[in-house]
Design a protein around this ligand. Sequence first.
Ligand SMILES: [Zn+2]
Length: 492
Amino acid sequence: MKNWVKYLSGFATLLLVGLVIYGCSRNPVTGKKEIMFISKQQELAMGAQYDPQISAMYGVYQDTKLQAFINEKGKKMGKISHRPELDYKFKIMDSPVVNAFAVPGGYVYFTRGIMAHFNNEAEFAGVLGHEIGHVTARHSAQQQTKAQLAQVGLIAGLVAGGEKFAQFAGQAQQGLGLLFLKFGRDDETQSDELGVEYSTKIGYDANEMAGFFATLKRLSAQAGADAIPTFMSTHPDPADRNRKVAALAKGWQQKDSRPNYEVKRNEYLRRIDGLVYGEDPRQGYVENNAFYHPELKFQFPTPTGWRIINTPSQVQMAEPQGKAMMMLQLGKGSSTLQAAQTFVQENKLQVVEVKESIQVNGLPATAIVSDQVSQNQQTGQQQSIRILSYFIQYNGLIYVIHGMSLQQDFDRFFQLFRNTGEGFNKLTDPSKINVKPERIAIETVPSNMTLQKALQTFKVESKRYNEFAILNGMQLNTQLKSGTLIKVVEKK
Ligand SMILES: [Zn+2]
């Protein structure tokens, strides 16, 4: 969770996507006339509307040099694409998830996670081309943008009502943390083709794209629920992609006919030296059943065995069976009582009990129990979710901790909800505050050796060898020549 004050308004709007307005226009890539859901003006408006919301949701990663690099390559590629007139925009999202995506109007996003996993400029250019391809072929314009329920959080959970509750909690439990845009397989195949074409046309060796598909495959094979590369999940089978990409690359290189195509491995690695790698603990982390936020300086206890997801706008906690969930987010209003009232009104809740002017570890607070009653669409029966909410004033903000379950399960979870809400406290322990993220460090191999030996030389923990083999796009027994650059990490 970070910088979340200004983000809260954005979520509801993301759900409103998918206005179906038909019109006929010519597809820029295929040249065919086809029915489009939206006009070009609407496409541009959509992009302009989403971009601040997406930026807000994930946070923009600040790295002037890396940003300048993706702008330069992105603009260059936009110019040789099928839609050179679009004003393309490129951003790096502050997320460890390995993903890239594009939205209508020419907005292309890379996560810092994917930037860390590219091993040369050509791999980056291939994915850049793939994403620009979704824009130029107007794939995103033909699809509804799907924001994941987990992102929309409390409100969606409540609106979904009783019968959907378990499903919603279940989704949160799986840790689906990043917005994804789902395209059909044909769209993906077409984007791969465009990725090859565009990256070749700006002078990169498109065969390298295949290397990155291999990285994606290895990542998904070893991924815990935390690290499922969503970029991968909607894309065609990697082996298949590799063969197609190699054949296409050959074709485009013959047409384009330069003497040689760039890979630029060392140049790329130097660019990502110092890039934050993995979760950034400065934005909040869990340790021994407690959540700590070093920047906002608060902490609260977390229930044992629950799944915890930290996003820029909220911290979500899901009970393993999906029977209950908790979340911490920011309230609206200048006092705890006002924030409680706003919450009740906005969600049309029935208040069961209110405790105002209480204190939570010396901080002014209001606690309420409320019900959200909804009707099951199929059975017509009423179902209700009961919520215990603490509104706590601290450092000029109102923090809200909700615990919720179906009404019949509420008593079972009440004490757990209460422990977390009443456990909210200031964070003053310097050892918890002064945490540092891991960053990519580029090292030079001192003599001929295997990757495994090199990792050992640079004091990588042996349990992380496999992770670093994937990160470097190599096998542990890959023979490295003296002077080869490799990625390791350091805490800084
Ligand atoms: Zn794609």
